[in-house]
Design a protein around this ligand. Sequence first.
Ligand code: AMP
Length: 187
Amino acid sequence: MNNRLIFLGPPGAGKGTQAQLLANYLDIPHISTGEILRQAIADNTDLGIKAQKYVDGGELVPDDLILDLIKERLGQSDAQKGWILDGFPRNVAQASFLDNLLDEINQSCDYVVNLDVSDEVIVNRLLLRGRKDDSEETIRRRLQVYQEQTAPVIDYYRNYGKLNSVNGDRLPEEVTISLQEIFNSND
Ligand code: AMP
């Protein structure tokens, strides 16, 4: 079984859409830490209350909140047949935590996909999307946080030889086909 996948890419790369399509295709859960946080904020849970100011400001939520959440989620029964992580790991400390966690639970990640998208495309897409944290100022901050903290995760996985880069500057349907090809060629 090769159904454990990490999706990387800047905000607005189309990660969420593509991860969901691929999760349906492979019949495994799509685990988006951003979605989990937005739901927690909407439900006003402890996690949501603690996370809100970071999400609204375009900052990363502190690692301790996220790490517990991932550990719990990967332990659930539906995650035993595989998973797609979208929005995690978001910095090198999270990537290294994930390595240790996977060792502990006898799993390993099979693929890391980086969706490559140019800056102009990103800003245009985010402005069109209109989520609450998609104001121009927050977008700018999220891109900065991405460059500083998340982009180094790409090199982290490149060193493992697991990194697959996919050009995300294309029609969504074309990106989906490229992603499916990665899976079908490695089966
Ligand atoms: P996303 O939906 O992945 O764009 O995430 C939306 C927001 O949720 C981010 O701007 C962060 O504030 C927060 N977030 C999502 N995933 C993480 C993570 N792995 N670590 C820290 N913060 C996160």
